[in-house]
Every structure is written in C-alpha cells, then in structure tokens.
Write a new protein. Structure first.
Length: 407
C-alpha cells in the first residue's frame, strides 16, 4: 500500500522539480556561441559554378578534387551500371546484397592499393566505425593524431579501447606514448596507431615514414586514412603512403571525394578483410551500396584514376593550387586543401559571409570540426576550376586579410 502510494506520488513530484531542456533552448545556446549550423541548398551539380540558395557562386568548398562528380565519363559509367544492375541492392552484403560490381570494385581497390584484399562500406564514416569496433576491445589501445577525423575518434571511442592522442604530427610524443603503452600492454592485446595522410581541415601531410617506423618498432599496427589523398597524391593517385613507399596494415579511403562517387573502403591483408566481414557491424547490418555506384566506382578506380585522364586532371589540380599560391604569396600548400585560420568563430563566419558577397562559396569551419578558437575558412581546389577562378579568389582572400589588418 505504502509502496503504491509512493509510486503514485512519484510522478507529479518529479514533474514538479524536473524539466527536460528543450530543443529550442539547446539551439539558442549553440547560436549564442556562433556555432549554429544550417543547411544551404546547392541547386546545381557538383561543379565550380554553383547556384546556392539563389546566388551564383564560385565553389571552393567541395572535396571533388578532380572534378569527376559531375563529369561525363563518370555519369556514363553510372548510367551503364544502372542499365546493367538496376538501382538498389536489396539486402546486406552477407544476405544476398553482394553483386558482381561489389566484388569487382573490391578487386580493383586491392589492386590499386597493392594489398591482398579490400572491403567497401556505405561510407567512409561507416568504414571507420565498423573497422575500429571490429578490431579493438577494452584490452587494446588506440593512439590517434589529435587532428584525426571524427569518424576515427568515434570508432575508437565506441570500441571501448584505451584512447590516447598525440599532438598533431608530433612523432616525439607518439614515440613516448608508444613506449609507455607498450610497457603496460597485456599479452595478445593490440596497439593501433591511426593517422590521416592529408589532414582534412589543415591540408598538411603526416610524416608517414616516421610514423610507420615507430609503429613497427613498438609492435603496433598502423592505420592510415587517405580520404583526401586518394586520387590526388602518389603514383596513379594511389595516395601518400604509395608515394612514400609506406605500407600501412590498414588502408582507409573514401570514394566520395576525388573519386566523385560514394562509399568508403578498407584495404589490407586477406585475414583483415575476412575478419571485418565477420565482425564489422556497420558492414554486416547495413544494406549493400547500390550496385550501379559500385560499378561506376570500379570504372573510376581501374580506368580513370590510374589512366591518362586521372594524370591530366591531377596536373591541372596542381596547376590551380600553384596559381593560387603564386597570386596570394607566402604559402606553400601541401595538398588541395588550404586553411585560412581566423581564430574566433565570429571572425570565421564574417569572413565566409564576406567572401560569399564577393561571389565565392568558402564556408566557415568551426568547433567541433576544429578546435575552439581555431575557426577558419577551408579552401579546396578542383581540377575543374579555371586559372582565373583561383586568381580571383586569391585577390578576395588578400582583400579580406588587408581589411582585418586595418581594423
Ligand atoms: C570525409 C572523411 C571521412 C568520411 O568519408 P565519407 O565517405 O564522407 O563518410 C573519413 N575520414 C576523413 C579524413 C574524411 O575527410
């Protein structure tokens, strides 16, 4: 009796004292910190001349580095894939969703990365999450560069492994971490070092040779995320690891940036891939990507990236980056990504708005994508930009910098 009375009283009592925070309140606090995001609609295909929310802008914010996303050969490959394979895949890969194009693409990716095998996922994010949770558990340790992408951090956290970070590109600190972790690691436990090859928001490169040597010296595995290097750097666009002769245990990449399509992948040994097929939940419990996309991606990997078209597009991209650097002066970009660091979230937003009114789409990048107080403009170049486009942007960025100095 007393118990049911207490239960009856419990509800109004709690309601009196507790009120959930509302969605509106939460949005207000995001807005107050200049961190509110909203979607803008691009009314054109992915190309430099974009119509965005009714404005005609030159787009310098896409990761379509080779200009393939809306290119004739890629669209034709996709059409061909649809004619031959239809649209959806109907089931997860382990049920009946593995179709010819999926295995064809995975063979192409393994050949491209010169590994035994490869596995595709519905996105790079899903690849990171599935792989890290499959390979690591709470006895293990994962050591990441502090600027690693959210997908890697989220996968590492979800795995339950001990997560340690070293300051960006600081191999001394990585070495110290490896030393202390190795000394305490239980038998059979894994230590995994993760870095990107080209960092997504800074555009700089990892000292991959040194990182690989350290991982090897301390008996750790190495995973390298080449999301922003695939198609852009290295022989045949194979990435920075290929350029430097480094062979990570786990290669990660995405087909949604320079390859112009969609989907993530992991490449490595056959045993690694077999283990992922058995353990990676984002792979197992998700419908296979559309076979037409896989068919088009196989074409891009086999025919475009490593062929003369890829070569020509990479050369144009490098020329555009050089055009920009020459016009602006004082910078030596290490990739197709050039950050203009402004510090405060407010300053970055204002600079993005300023460029937009001058006809350029270069959105502000803010916390939590980058650290607090490191807000920036992130400029990305594409082979489909024209020389005059990048020179015009350089002038606008220059004017922005001059205006800030005069403040
Ligand atoms: C974009 C990106 C990913 C995620 O790839 P998606 O295919 O877009 O999900 C992973 N890592 C890095 C470094 C990225 O920039």
């Amino acid at each position: 009796m007393a118990e049911s009375l207490q239960a009856a009283l419990a509800i109004p009592y709690r309601q009196f004292f507790y009120r959930m925070r509302t969605f509106e309140e939460e949005l207000e606090s995001i807005r107050a910190a200049s961190l509110l995001r909203s979607l803008r609609t691009v009314e054109t295909p992915q190309q430099p001349r974009s119509r965005v929310d009714g404005l005609d802008l030159l787009n310098f914010s896409s990761n379509d580095y080779l200009g393939l996303a809306a290119s004739a050969p890629v669209m034709e490959a996709l059409h061909e894939g649809i004619r031959r394979w239809g649209a959806g895949s109907g089931a997860s890969r382990l049920v009946c969703g593995t179709q010819g194009p999926h295995t064809g693409l995975e063979e192409a990716l393994a050949a491209f990365k010169k590994t035994e095998a490869a596995l595709t996922f519905s996105s790079g994010y899903a690849a990171a999450l599935g792989t890290l949770t499959a390979l690591l558990d709470k006895e293990d340790t994962v050591i990441v560069d502090k600027l690693c992408h959210a997908s890697l951090i989220d996968g590492a956290r979800l795995s339950g492994a001990l997560l340690r970070a070293f300051p960006h590109n600081n191999t001394e600190r990585l070495k110290a971490l490896l030393q202390s972790v190795r000394a305490k690691a239980p038998a059979k436990s894994r230590i995994l070092v993760i870095t990107e090859s080209v960092f997504s928001m800074d555009g700089d490169r990892a000292p991959l040779r040194e990182v690989a040597t350290l991982a090897k010296d301390y008996g750790a595995l190495l995973m390298v995320d080449e999301a922003h290097a695939l198609g852009v750097l290295g022989p045949g666009g194979r990435g920075l690891a290929a350029e430097l002769g480094v062979a990570p245990d786990i290669h990660m990449g995405t087909l949604s940036k320079a390859a112009g399509l969609h989907g993530g992948f992991i490449a490595g040994s056959q045993a690694l891939i077999d283990l992922l097929i058995n353990r990676a939940r984002s792979f197992i419990y998700s419908t296979a990507p559309p076979p037409c996309i896989a068919a088009a991606a196989e074409y891009v990997v086999r025919e475009i990236l490593t062929g003369p078209e890829g070569e020509a597009r990479r050369a144009t991209l490098q020329q555009r980056i050089a055009d920009f650097a020459a016009e602006l002066g004082g910078i030596t970009p290490q990739s197709a990504i050039v950050p203009v660091i402004l510090g405060s979230e407010k300053a970055a937003l204002a600079a993005g708005a300023e460029l937009m009114s001058a006809g350029f789409l270069v959105p502000a990048i803010r916390y939590p994508t980058v650290a607090r107080g490191a807000a920036r403009l992130r400029i990305t170049f594409s082979a489909s930009h024209r020389g005059e486009d990048v020179r015009a942007l350089a002038k606008a960025v220059h004017a922005l910098a001059a205006a800030r100095e005069n403040q």
